[in-house]
Design a protein around this ligand. Structure first.
Ligand code: BGC
Length: 744
């Protein structure tokens, strides 16, 4: 390869320039259709001694030997979910030293919330409302993964999700557009090292799943999506746009259909919006065998037809099915797919490989020594602890039960999530070492000077009672001063294909909670979950509730840090908690309707269920701390916002409690009258503010017309003059509104 030779001759600084567009085109002109189809083929990793190897006849190649042979033949472009610098080096050697055209192979992975060191699940990370933290976590993930040969992450998941039944909400940033946009951009910046993609410790980011996957009907994974173009543009597309604005050079098309057109063949989305309107230059990769699924959707006659339709609609690379590899050469030969389209897709792939520095430094990410040095570092582990602390949301804290004293009280830790290595990391980890994660029991024990004051009782399995479990729990509860219930969902209850019909604490654990609560001791609930849950009975009525999600490697330490008060909880809900499962999809930025239920007692013939008020149990943005913050009314710099001007909204916050805390101050807006009905509130900005006890500080936000835009009747963004309400508040339901007018 000329680029390689140039790299050797000229050194890295010059090498970055060494492979230009003309050379890419020259390379394409030398490729056979089979080699081109190979560049559009992403396959799963195999290893020596695969189980399938046991069945092979003497003399037959192993799975790994077959994969290496395919790379040498130029039939594979990228390999995913393999690990190890040495393993990756073998693949790269086959590609750049032994294949005809010496095109480097791309190693990819699903590092959704960490690679070896596991961080909180993305939804939990979003609960930190700490965008800079998310960037640091993504950076740390990229450092670990890239040291093991990975150049391409199949993340972040930027699917906005408003139906808590959908299991993949755990992979995203919650229900809100602004939060989802900011986290999408931060994660891309972290993975791609702020677009220094050619650096050895950067990896390509892949926002997914384009687009609207999170709006699956009934919250059922893979299900049909029905969205108006307006809602798609206003709610579901902006996180993708934010990811591309941050530089993401890949995107994954989803499994789902949108209004009858599967995402894989959705040319208006893939070509008109993504490439046309947004000018996206990167690659579109399919989801796992999603090309084949076009046959199941019933839009393609067979796999060959599926390939034809998806490449023509704009999907450049096929994941795992090998259908592009198999059918593209004949589809081009027959003229059904123009060679120019094949070349275009190949060009995109090669350009991305170039951006990643692979032509110049194909082995840059593949050093065993570097892998050893950068995996599981104490710094990464420390970051995992901070990330876990900041993800915890204190939903409730009656009588200031928390923090608990570290000594002098008997603590009964009860529940299926009290101890053991399972269910700490959460769904979507590929290469974590589960034994490595700190359980709640281990975390509390390490923090208590007299560990004899801690009793640990399982009490129940996750989804079924255990014989004598409740009796043992009752005995422990009676002997204790405070009960800490470690209950909630297992990690297999959220994630891909894990939609739930009832978003509740599983009944066996609810029964356990009811029984121990009846003992009459103070109860703290540590709620493990990958989604918003509808809490009831003794769980809802516990004195204190900490939402602890799946916090990853440092779970137990982070929980102990908060429980004993070393850290004041600072997390805020990125999703609303409904009162009952039947309310979902439930989200704060809903429309007013023509019959808005008034606050207070139930009123007939309004938009509410007959059993409940329309209020959430816990609002979006809610989260308590070990101090109290008072919000003054918002003060505006003017009553009017000029068309091309700006307006300042400020409020005075006072820490009226006894501890220094960090407050997440939220700015919401409501457009009173518009040509399209507007949500009752929309988050427009937020700021983190540290406040010492007794301290008062002003927090100020700037608003301009751009903040007030929506998608109009003609599907174009616009703002309309008129009256707006604005809140500076601790959550989406609180605060006093101020009013201003946008004037043209
Ligand atoms: C998921 C993708 C993932 C892929 C590869 C699919 O089932 O939907 O998000 O990247 O598998 O692991």
């Amino acid at each position: 390869m000329r680029g390689l030779a140039a790299a050797l001759l000229l050194g890295p600084a010059m090498a970055a320039q060494s492979f230009d567009d003309a050379q890419i085109d020259a390379l394409i002109s030398r490729m056979t259709p089979e080699e081109k189809a190979g560049q559009l083929t992403l396959v799963a990793a195999v290893y020596e001694n695969e189980p399938s190897d046991q069945e092979r006849k003497p003399g037959e190649p192993t799975a790994m030997q077959r994969q290496l042979a395919e790379i040498r033949e130029g039939r594979i472009s990228a390999v995913f979910n393999g690990i190890g610098a040495d393993w990756a080096r073998q693949l790269q050697r086959a590609a750049v030293e032994q294949s005809r055209l010496k095109i480097p192979v791309l190693i990819s992975v699903d590092a959704i919330h960490g690679f070896r060191t596991i961080f909180p699940v993305p939804l939990a990370e979003a609960a930190s409302w700490d965008v800079e933290l998310a960037e640091r976590v993504a950076r740390a993930t990229a450092v670990e993964a890239s040291s093991a040969g990975v150049a391409w992450n199949l993340a972040p998941n930027v699917d906005l999700a408003r139906d808590a039944r959908w299991g993949r909400g755990v992979e995203g940033a919650g229900e809100d557009v602004l939060l989802a946009r900011r986290f999408a951009a931060a994660r891309v910046r972290g993975y791609q090292k702020n677009n220094r993609l050619a650096d050895d410790d950067a990896m390509l980011a892949t926002p997914k799943h384009f687009a609207g996957y999170g709006a699956a009907e009934g919250g059922l994974d893979y299900n049909t999506v029905e969205l108006t173009e307006r809602t798609l543009r206003e709610v579901y597309l902006p996180p993708f746009k934010a990811a591309f604005d941050a530089g993401a050079l890949a995107v994954m098309a989803g499994f789902h259909e949108i209004g009858g057109v599967p995402a894989m063949v959705n040319a208006p989305l893939l070509n008109d919006v993504l490439r046309g309107e947004w000018g996206f230059r990167g690659i579109v990769v399919s989801d796992y065998a999603a090309d084949h699924e076009l046959v199941e959707h019933g839009v393609a006659v067979d796999d060959r037809d599926a390939v034809k339709q998806s490449i023509l609609a704009g999907v450049d690379m096929s994941m795992t099915s090998r259908l592009y590899q198999r059918y593209l050469p004949e589809l081009v030969a027959s003229g059904e797919v123009p060679m120019s389209r094949l070349d275009q897709a190949v060009r995109r792939v090669l350009r991305v490989k170039r951006e990643l520095g692979l032509f110049d430094k194909p082995y840059g990410r593949m050093s065993a020594a570097r892998e050893q040095r950068l995996t599981h570092t104490p710094q990464t582990r420390a970051l995992a602890r901070v990330a876990a602390q900041r993800a915890i949301v204190m939903l409730k804290n009656e009588h200031q039960l928390l923090p608990l004293p570290r000594a002098g009280k008997h603590v009964a830790l009860i529940g299926p999530f009290a101890g053991g290595p399972a269910n700490l990391n959460g769904p979507w980890t590929v290469f974590d070492d589960r034994r490595d994660a700190v359980s709640v029991e281990a975390g509390l024990r390490a923090a208590m000077p007299d560990a004899a004051l801690l009793s640990v009782t399982r009490g129940s399995d996750i989804e079924a009672p255990i014989a004598g479990g409740i009796d043992a729990a009752l005995a422990a509860a009676r002997a204790a001063d405070v009960i800490v219930l470690a209950i909630g969902e297992s990690e297999s209850m959220s994630g891909e294909a894990q939609s739930r019909t009832e978003i509740v604490v599983p009944p066996a654990q609810q029964a356990l909670a009811e029984a121990v609560a009846a003992v009459g001791k103070p109860v703290v609930v540590l709620l493990r979950s990958g989604r918003a849950l509808a809490l009831s009975g003794a769980v809802r009525d516990a004195d204190a509730i900490l939402l602890t999600w799946f916090l990853g490697a440092e779970t137990g330490h982070a929980i102990a840090d908060v429980v004993f008060g070393d850290v004041s909880p600072s997390g805020r809900l990125p999703v609303s908690f409904p009162q009952a499962p039947g309310q979902v999809p439930y989200y704060y930025a809903h429309k007013s309707t023509g019959r808005p239920p008034p606050p207070g007692p139930l009123q007939e013939y309004t938009a509410r269920y007959r059993e409940l008020t329309a209020a959430p149990l816990y609002a979006f943005g809610h989260g308590l701390a070990y101090s109290t913050i008072e919000y003054g009314e918002p003060v505006l710099s003017a009553n009017t916002l000029p068309w091309d001007g700006s307006l300042q909204a400020r409020a005075r916050l006072t820490n009226t409690g006894a501890r220094a805390v960090e407050e997440t101050v939220q700015l919401y807006v409501h457009d009173r009258v518009a040509s399209i009905t507007r949500p009752v509130r929309e988050l427009k900005d937020f700021k983190k503010l540290k406040l010492a006890p007794g301290e008062s500080r002003d927090v100020a936000f700037e608003l301009s017309r751009a903040d007030l835009q929506f998608i109009g009747r003609d599907l174009q963004p616009l703002a309309e003059p008129g009256e707006f309400e604005v809140w500076i508040a601790p959550n989406a339901r609180a605060g006093v509104a101020a009013k201003f007018e946008l004037q043209r």
